[in-house]
Design a protein around this ligand. Structure first.
Ligand SMILES: Cc1cc2nc3c(=O)[nH]c(=O)nc-3n(C[C@H](O)[C@H](O)[C@H](O)COP(=O)(O)OP(=O)(O)OC[C@H]3O[C@@H](n4cnc5c(N)ncnc54)[C@H](O)[C@@H]3O)c2cc1C
Length: 475
């Protein structure tokens, strides 16, 4: 690998100070992966700016030299989005982690991109407010990363994903210009919506105005245990078909139950082959009726048991199990590869069977923990990355799962983004003309192709010819 030359490092140090530039082996090593370990790529340098102006100056430095750059939040992404595929500079936003202002009467807050998701809700909790998008990684992932991935979470079924809760953005464009998008009623193109989910390819977000919601008057949380995932997925389809939109509707299968028990000592009903976590929230009148209706649907679909959390402690315990599910898998496997396909909810039983069949024929164990109400699957394929054959088998099984999602009328990604992981699969979902339109739009923002190159758009030349400027870049 080419090392960053002294000239580049000197220019970066002149902007952010030498103590905020990393080019030593340890700094580069910890930035060569995100939450997925299947697409490692080592940058030439890492910088930790403190202000939007510093970010802009770093970007201008890179642009002037033709050096690629990529924004990074907490690095919890699961699609290789924050990897420096062509080397260059990782711009780590972790030090820009201030809450700049809270405007409670107008239900909004302004935050820096490195603020963690959960700390927004924590900061406004004394005001009876919260920030709705709640990825399971919310204790560590950043709001900037959430914007880039248009992240969801258990409660986005009812309340919407990140794009529905972002009111304004400050953005450093790929040429180093600083612009404000949204923020007030502004006519013209809805660039705010475009930026949400653009995976750091159109610029670097340096401040975000988020929408705050009032805490609901009441919450009812239920845990239903089923003998089989098929019964649980039938219940999901029935709940959605009934017209009720629960605040959350999450599923965990028996492999996850085994992992949670092994890792944290959680106990679940005997014989549980699948668990559904259902939540209703809103004004008190009608809330118990909604919870009763959810419980009745589960029982009709064969639930072994349905337990209503009786107090906040019990509720927190149920959610702790769900939010620790991914981490718990580490107790039963050395590595896991999380997929992020989407399918119409009515196809859930069929799709879960397909996932099981794909795992069985590849000789791989697959755990399922996912946002069932959204039809957003997360099959986690367990493996040992020291075994090259297993790595190959895991990637093939992941691709097959995604193919099955698309074949069933679904999509490649619900919330983890395309990144490098799924870019070649984009041609299964989009026509060459669709992809060419996306490439043209990206080139309008980033004609030099330096801003997070190699992500989202296919490079294989199969169905669409992506302009070469999006494939090449030199340090
Ligand atoms: C255990 C676990 C559970 C998870 N659960 C969920 C879940 O429930 N829902 C969900 O949606 N995701 C989930 N994720 C995925 C991940 O946490 C989200 O994608 C998250 O939004 C990534 O944030 P980050 O700060 O870690 O971003 P990173 O991984 O650092 O970066 C992600 C992408 O955002 C870009 N980016 C980062 N900051 C900026 C910025 N300031 N400006 C422009 N681009 C930027 C990067 O270039 C990259 O393309 C989970 C991940 C893990 C490991």
């Amino acid at each position: 690998m080419t090392r960053a030359d002294g000239d580049l490092l000197g220019s970066l140090a002149a902007v952010v100070g030498p103590q905020n530039v990393g080019a030593d082996a340890a700094s580069l090593r910890v930035h060569e992966n995100d939450g997925s370990t299947l697409h490692p790529a080592r940058p030439h340098a890492v910088v930790w700016p403190s202000t939007a102006e510093e970010v802009a100056a770093v970007v201008r430095t890179c642009a002037a030299r033709g050096t690629p750059f990529v924004a990074r939040g907490a690095g919890t992404g699961l699609s290789g989005g924050a990897m420096a595929l062509e080397g260059g500079v990782v711009i780590a936003l972790n030090r820009m982690n201030a809450i700049l202002g809270i405007d409670a009467p107008n239900l909004r807050a302004r935050v820096q991109p490195g603020v963690t998701n959960l700390s927004v809700s924590r900061a406004v909790a004394p005001l009876g407010l919260y920030y709705a998008p709640d990825p399971s990684s919310q204790a560590v992932c950043t709001v900037g990363g959430n914007v880039a991935h248009n992240s969801g979470g258990p409660h986005t079924l009812k309340h919407g994903v990140t794009v529905n809760h972002v009111l304004g953005l400050q953005l450093v464009l790929p040429d180093g210009d600083l612009v404000e998008l949204g923020g007030a009623e502004r006519p013209g193109y809805d660039l705010l919506a475009l930026l949400c989910g653009s995976e750091g390819t159109l610029g670097i977000v340096t401040a975000i105005t988020v929408r705050l919601l009032r805490r609901p008057a009441g919450v009812r949380t239920l845990l239903a245990a089923f003998e089989t995932p098929q019964q649980a997925s039938l219940a999901v389809a029935e709940v959605i078909a009934s017209g009720t939109v629960p605040a959350a509707l999450e599923m965990m299968d028996s492999v996850v139950v085994e992992a949670l028990t092994a890792a944290f000592g959680f106990t679940f009903p005997e014989g549980a082959g699948a668990l559904l976590l259902l939540e209703a929230d809103g004004p008190l009148p009608g809330l118990d009726e909604e919870a009763d209706a959810l419980a009745a649907t589960c029982r009709r679909c064969g639930a072994l048991s349905v337990r209503l959390a009786t107090d906040e402690t019990e509720r927190a315990e149920v959610w702790k199990a769900r939010k620790r599910a991914f981490g718990a898998l580490g107790r039963i496997a050395r590595n896991y590869y999380t997929q992020d396909g989407v399918i119409p909810r009515t196809r859930l039983p069929e799709m879960l069977q397909r996932v099981a069949d794909i795992g069985a024929s590849a000789g791989l164990r697959i755990a399922n923990v996912f946002h069932a109400g959204d039809g957003n699957l997360h099959p986690c394929i367990l493996f040992d990355d020291r075994d090259a054959d297993q790595r190959r088998a895991v990637l093939a099984a992941g691709a097959e799962i995604l193919r099955a999602c698309v074949d069933l009328g679904g999509s490649l990604s619900g919330e983890h983004g395309v990144g490098v992981e799924k870019r070649e699969a984009m041609a299964r979902l989009f026509t060459p003309s669709d992809l060419a339109a996306m490439a043209a739009l990206r080139a309008a923002f980033d004609p030099a192709g330096l801003c997070n190159p190699g992500k989202i758009l296919p490079t294989g030349g199969g169905c669409v010819e992506v302009p070469p400027r999006h494939r090449q870049a030199a340090l």
